[in-house]
Design a protein around this ligand. Structure first.
Ligand code: PEP
Ligand code: MN
Length: 346
């Protein structure tokens, strides 16, 4: 339930509504926009009459949130959520460009990649250290050593780091090192993990599950938001369909659908959604044209020898070319690359 306050409502009016919500056993979520203050009463509200609040001083109107995801819904929070992230913002005019290898493999590999993606215009560095591999015999990631290498790359380049967390036992270690916690497709509905991450204040990149609906993705985000962590970015990374020509099928529809249903930023991963380096730039361009708030792209200096996802990784020069292209599309869309100066040709 949303209690929308009058522009003339006083802080005391707001406080009285908050107290009332708490007194009936509901959680309070305050959204203070430029024009309006909306107070969310979250929980079992269906039997609570709206006039409980309608009669109160300073209350303009009371509305029920009809969608099952409450805090994630645009009904509750009409303005886009914009999160600051070390030198740039996600969800506003700037395009987030997260790039880096699938896995951190060695010091030279991550440092070389970090400098190259920064030079090309990326504003955040990705790199997995705990890898959710289909085979238990495949490379599983460097663990803490990988985090130390990422921290060194951050220190050298200034790029914030985005790293996947696979289990709550990694949480203390991860929050010590990372700027953004990535929740992978395979863990999108690991509700225990979502809950513990909801209790942190570390920004989150939540990837859509391999066969999750858009509503299920938003309900997963709701777990994190309900815990008090508001900085959730959603990531479309392709879904399973009958098509086998590509690793997954990019659900481009998800971008405008999510942008209309939720205020949370929407990022597209053209690497996992296509599974092949040759298709990555095309889908990155399509995503920006469709209104995505950013991209997360796998880049490797030597894809042929990558320990994971080499086939879908761009060489740094291909990534740089992709950035130039999406930069032009971003301009058409009224957005801009956060840090990059677009060279005249190339
Ligand atoms: C990754 O980002 O390397 C990854 C494993 O992605 P996803 O969870 O989308 O498969
Ligand atoms: Mn990968």
């Amino acid at each position: 339930m949303m209690i929308i306050m009058k522009p003339s409502a006083t802080p005391q009016d707001v406080e009285r509504v908050i107290e009332k919500i708490k007194s009936v056993g509901l959680a309070v979520h305050l959204s203070q926009g430029v024009e309006t203050t909306i107070i969310g009463a979250i929980g079992e509200t269906h039997s609570l009459p709206t006039d409980t609040f309608e009669v109160m001083e300073g209350v303009e109107t009371v509305q029920r949130i009809t969608q099952p995801f409450k805090l994630a819904s645009r009904q509750f929070h009409p303005e886009n959520s914009i999160f600051p992230l070390d030198g740039f913002t996600v969800g506003g005019d700037e395009l987030a460009l997260v790039a880096g290898p699938c896995s951190v493999e060695s010091r030279s590999q991550i440092l070389e990649t970090a400098h190259a993606v920064k030079e090309a215009g990326a504003n955040a560095l990705r790199g997995g250290v705990f890898k959710p591999r289909t085979s238990p015999y495949a490379f599983q990631g460097l663990g803490e050593e990988g985090l130390e290498l990422l921290a060194e790359a951050r220190q050298q380049t200034g790029l914030p780091i985005v790293v996947e967390i696979m289990s709550q036992v990694q949480l203390d270690l991860m929050v010590e090192y990372v700027d953004v916690l990535q929740i992978g497709a395979r863990n999108m509905q690991n509700f225990n993990l979502l809950r513990v991450i909801g209790e942190t204040q570390t920004p989150v990149l939540l990837k859509r599950g391999l066969s999750a609906t858009i509503e299920e993705l938003l309900m997963a985000a709701e777990y994190i938001l309900a815990g008090g962590n508001k900085q959730v970015m959603l990531c479309e990374r392709g879904i399973r369909t009958f098509e086998t020509a590509t690793r997954n099928t990019t659900d481009i529809n998800a971008i405008p659908v999510l942008k209309s249903l939720t205020h949370l930023p929407v990022i597209l991963d053209p690497s996992h959604s296509t599974g092949h380096f040759d298709y990555v730039a095309a889908i990155a361009r399509a995503a920006v044209a469709a209104g995505a708030d950013g991209l997360i792209v796998e880049v490797h200096p030597d894809p042929a020898h990558a320990l994971s996802d080499g086939r879908q990784s761009l060489k740094p020069e291909k990534f740089a070319a992709m950035v130039r292209q999406v930069g032009q599309i971003a301009e058409v869309m009224g957005r801009r690359l956060a840090t990059v100066k677009i060279p005249a040709h190339g």
